[in-house]
Design a binder for this molecule. Structure first.
Ligand code: 1CP
Length: 333
């Protein structure tokens, strides 16, 4: 049984597997080396050899329990034909969304456009090193993708006041997103992804009165779909106001928590396996603090199935030696 399956399928409490969100990325000199020569981020994601290599860099260097495929949640709008660019010191910039255009996209066009992502998953998952490790596929949650596709850039802290104004446009876009997310998930699984994580990075932007329509219903549809394919699914509804309620409604195989929630409260109220929580900024302090803070999570979840991870992605300014020390701390615990 692969390390994450012990938690996700067997609810084992004796072992804490570790992988880290954004583990393949900017804090690693070997990534920056490749990135320097490949200024177009989307093209890099679509380069099967390089994206496979980048995916495996942290797995080889730190002996992590899982590889997460080097891609991006915004490959979905890209696959639908919306322009997506990544601009240095700005982040993602998307073109205007034309419902007329994306309405015409069919499954074949979509899959063809992002096929290298699936080929990279196939390549990574068939590497010998992955034999006893998980290969994680992922998608953005419908709500988070809707935010990027309509807002055309990162919303940072707030949605524009008129975000919900055109209800027809929003509803139609959401249903197209849901349809293609299922196609995207299915292709990742067919090519070797054996866990799916759903990133709802902007769940925290919504008022609770909107949760049902934009978070619960569409996420539940996706979670049920992944379960129907017999693959475990982890949800990360970042900064959602009520993790307990989310778990009771959605019933994912595990819940990934952000660093603003109290893990003691989580362990008391949530029955399903838990992942993550540690503030990525702790990796910017010193080894003593890192060990103390990581051990805090391991102590709290001692008798609860727990996958070690952070409460959000690892920061680009992280020293790889601190990352290594974190992995050692978790493995020695
Ligand atoms: O080198 C660069 O400039 C690109 C930086 C980068 C990287 C390394 C981006 C741009 N995406 C990625 C890879 C990525 N993105 C992965 C790879 C696998 C891994 O975890 O190692 C994953 C899982 C993502 C997922 C992703 N992309 C999320 C969800 C997780 C999260 O961080 O909340 C989100 C919101 C995105 C959008 C995105 N892509 C890139 C950036 C800088 C952003 C966020 C910008 C914003 O604040 O809106």
């Amino acid at each position: 049984m692969k390390p994450l399956d012990k938690i996700l399928i067997s609810n084992d409490t004796s072992y804490n597997p570790i992988w880290i969100m954004r583990q393949a990325g900017r804090y690693l000199p070997e990534f920056r080396e490749i990135r320097k020569k490949n200024p177009n981020f989307i093209n890099l994601c679509l380069n099967v050899n390089l994206s496979s290599e980048i995916t495996l860099q942290p797995v080889q260097r730190f002996d992590l329990d899982a590889a997460i495929i080097f891609s991006d949640i915004l490959m979905l709008p890209y696959g639908l034909g919306q322009e997506v660019k990544f601009i240095k010191n700005f982040g993602p910039k998307l073109g205007k969304l034309s419902l007329n255009d994306i309405d015409k996209i069919n499954e074949i066009d979509f899959v063809q456009k992002i096929e290298p992502v699936y080929k990279a998953i196939k390549k990574v998952s068939s590497e010998p090193i992955q034999k006893n490790k998980n290969t994680i596929g992922f998608v953005g949650a419908p709500w988070t993708l809707l935010v990027y596709m309509i807002n055309q850039k990162s919303p940072k802290k707030n949605l524009k006041k008129n975000f919900f104004k055109n209800e027809f446009y929003i509803n139609r876009t959401l249903s197209i997103i849901e349809k293609f997310l299922k196609i995207h998930i299915k292709n990742q699984i067919d090519n070797g992804a054996n866990v799916i994580q759903i990133f709802d990075s902007w769940a925290g932007l919504l008022d609770e009165r909107h949760y049902s329509k934009y978070i619960y219903t569409p996420t539940q549809n996706l979670v049920n779909y992944v379960k129907s394919l017999n693959i475990p699914v982890i949800c990360f509804p970042r900064e959602i106001k009520n993790y307990k309620k989310f778990c009771e409604i959605i019933k994912p195989d595990a819940i990934s928590i952000d660093y603003n929630v109290d893990p003691k409260e989580i362990v008391k109220t949530i029955k399903i396996p838990v992942q993550g929580g540690l503030d990525p900024k702790i990796l910017l302090t010193d080894k003593e603090t890192l060990k103390k803070e990581a051990s805090k999570y391991l102590d709290i979840f001692k008798d609860h199935p727990y996958i070690f991870n952070l409460g959000h992605g690892v920061l680009p300014e992280t020293d790889p030696n601190m990352f290594e020390y974190l992995v050692k701390t978790v493995k020695d615990y």
